[in-house]
Design a protein around this ligand. Structure first.
Ligand code: CTP
Ligand code: MG
Length: 234
């Protein structure tokens, strides 16, 4: 029974409009992916890490990240797929018939911390499936196809979703296996796969407002600010 993190790093970062891929771009002298790896390496909740990346980056990841920073929990590098959920599936296939919990995490979220990991482990042990998020700060609206407001959902029930998203291995495996056999579209997170494919309740776990995903260029500045502040507090 092992707790395994699948760290996703196979995206192309098209919304960043930057030559270098965001997961390997440096903040405070270290690649963005370093910060998630360091959090998993230090966490007593995590036994092993699988990194999903494009094959052409394998040697860079090994030499410039794993060996350089002496990360001992990384057991495997596997190739990513076209969409994020393909990359997750590639990672999950390595866990077939294993027991334990799988923490699926975006390498583009460098602010993951031990409290978030621990809250995920506690929730997944109790519920089998959980997703990190925070109550929405902004009011959200649903638009119609002409760009008019269709409706305004009650904000008190809205959460913005982050990662990690954590599942009993067999639940994640079963849900993604079913997804691959279906023609489902519009899959934007992992919990959605469990919700749709298995109809299983997914528990919301508190993340942090700092646990942002680097998506567009200004997010690099914000992440740098948070990481600087963290260094100052250490
Ligand atoms: N990811 C992945 N495989 C994919 C797509 C995304 O492993 N086929 C990873 C990314 O590397 C990232 C995380 O999933 O760490 C979240 O995805 P996102 O923020 O959408 O990153 P990108 O897909 O790289 O960016 P974009 O959508 O702007 O192209
Ligand atoms: Mg993407």
């Amino acid at each position: 029974m092992k707790n395994i993190a699948i760290l996703l790093a196979a995206g192309s970062g098209s919304r960043m409009q930057m030559l270098e891929k965001k997961q390997f771009a440096k903040i405070l002298g270290k690649p963005v992916i370093y910060y998630s790896l360091a959090a998993f390496e230090a966490s007593p909740c995590i036994d092993q890490v699988i990194i999903v990346a494009e094959k052409e980056f394998f040697s860079f990841i090994k030499e410039q990240i794993i060996f350089k920073y002496n990360f001992k929990k990384v057991v495997m590098l596997t190739e990513g797929g076209k969409e994020r959920f393909h990359s997750v599936w590639n990672g999950l296939q390595l866990l077939k018939d294993q027991s334990g919990y799988v923490f699926i995490h975006d390498s583009a979220r460098p602010m993951i911390d031990e409290d978030i990991i621990r809250r995920n482990l506690e929730a997944v042990k109790e519920h089998g499936a959980c997703v990190t998020g925070m109550p929405a700060k902004d009011t959200l609206k649903i638009s119609d196809s002409d760009g008019f407001v269709e409706s305004t959902p009650d904000r008190s029930h809205l959460w913005t979703i982050q990662t990690p998203q954590t599942f009993a291995v067999e639940i994640a495996y079963q849900a993604f296996n079913k997804l691959m056999e279906s023609d489902a579209t519009g899959i934007t997170d992992d919990a959605m796969v469990v919700e749709r494919m298995l109809g299983k309740p997914v528990k919301l776990v508190e993340g942090s407002y700092e646990n942002i995903k680097i998506t567009t260029s200004e997010d690099m500045l914000v992440a740098r600010c948070f990481l600087e502040n963290r260094e100052l507090c250490e």
